[in-house]
Write a protein that binds this ligand. Structure first.
Ligand SMILES: C[S@@+](CC[C@H](N)C(=O)[O-])C[C@H]1O[C@@H](n2cnc3c(N)ncnc32)[C@H](O)[C@@H]1O
Length: 228
């Protein structure tokens, strides 16, 4: 590769899909705008609602972003803990969290090494987050660790379409999508990864988000349980 391309690739971490370099400006200003915009996509809001409304007891939301899921929690949950590595998001989320009717604990951290004790949570929620983590296998192991036996992972995550034509476009757009949406990859099938980690997959539905091209809007929604 030409030396200039090597430099650009290493600065942008293009060799390691699923991770992004320290793009301070992007993460501080561009990504929040993008996530704010996503709250105006009705089909995404429906997915959030469908996923979050099943959370019960002590709940962990991983990759909370701007807190777009917060309005959908049942006021009767026992507590909500949020974990996100982006300090800019955490500051905004804290403002939104103040008005919730249950105890909240907002933490900075990464899914690969959760700053939380084993067997603490009844429910873990992720929406459009597992697609962005660097080490999916490690993150799923950590989720399994912090869930109580019988605890549930509720997820809505982009994934590979089962339609060959759409899949072709997903592959073409993968690198661009990763650069625009915080390292997001739609090429990892969450169902296979969950089963390999030791979860029992109880429900899985694939849907396309209305208002987005199929290649960008293929979402895996479901429920996986930590065995008793
Ligand atoms: C596309 S945003 C989605 C945010 C939110 N879940 C939503 O539905 O709007 C991805 C989120 O994952 C977070 N994230 C990225 N890498 C992560 C990691 N290794 N562990 C936990 N969260 C991570 C980002 O900071 C960001 O908040």
């Amino acid at each position: 590769m030409h030396p200039a391309r090597v430099l650009v690739a290493s600065r942008l971490n293009l060799e390691r899909p699923g991770t992004l370099p320290d793009m301070g400006f992007y993460r501080a200003y561009v990504l929040p705008q993008l996530l704010g915009f996503s709250e105006r996509i009705a089909s995404m809001e429906l997915v959030r609602q469908r996923t979050v409304e099943y959370a019960t007891g002590h709940v962990l939301e991983l990759g909370v972003g701007l807190g777009s899921n917060l309005p959908f929690y049942d006021p009767e949950i026992t507590s909500l803990t949020t974990v996100d590595p982006n300090p800019r998001f955490n500051a905004r989320v804290r403002r939104r969290l103040r008005h919730l009717p249950f105890p909240v604990d907002a933490r900075e951290g990464r899914g690969e090494q959760l700053p939380l004790k084993d067997g603490t949570f009844d429910s873990v929620v992720t929406t459009f987050t597992l697609c962005c983590v660097g080490d999916l296998e490690r993150v799923l192991q950590e989720i399994l660790r912090v869930l109580k036996p019988g605890g549930r992972l509720l997820f809505a995550e982009p994934g590979p379409s089962r339609d060959e034509e759409v899949l072709k476009w997903q592959r073409r757009l993968a690198r661009l999508q990763g650069l625009v949406v915080d390292g997001c990859r739609a090429d990892r099938a969450i169902d296979t990864a969950l089963i390999a980690t030791g979860f029992e997959l109880k429900r899985l539905e694939l849907a396309y988000l209305d208002g987005l091209p199929k290649s960008l809007g293929c979402v895996y929604e479901g429920l996986a349980v930590k065995p008793l």
